[in-house]
Design a protein. Structure first.
Length: 77
């Protein structure tokens, strides 16, 4: 939770204005975080690594050890 970008969450995702962040945003966030913890709804984990990849048009192509295509992600421009 300490790594959460509250500005992006409150303003971008939830569409709250500066005047409603303290009265609505923070209490709602605290409630959600408390619920996640008390009801064991989330087990946060991270897998970190580096992958060789190339781009082609709107695609990001992840390569395997031999340089072959492992998977492809298509992103709109």
């Amino acid at each position: 939770a300490s790594w959460l970008d509250e500005g992006a969450l409150f303003k971008g995702q939830w569409g709250l204005g500066r005047d409603t962040i303290e009265t609505e945003g923070r209490p709602r966030l605290r409630g959600l975080l408390d619920r996640l913890q008390t009801e064991n709804l989330l087990e946060a984990a991270v897998v970190h690594g580096y992958f060789h990849c190339v781009s082609k048009d709107d695609d990001l192509i992840v390569l395997d050890e031999t340089g072959g295509e492992l998977t492809r992600f298509t992103f709109p421009r």
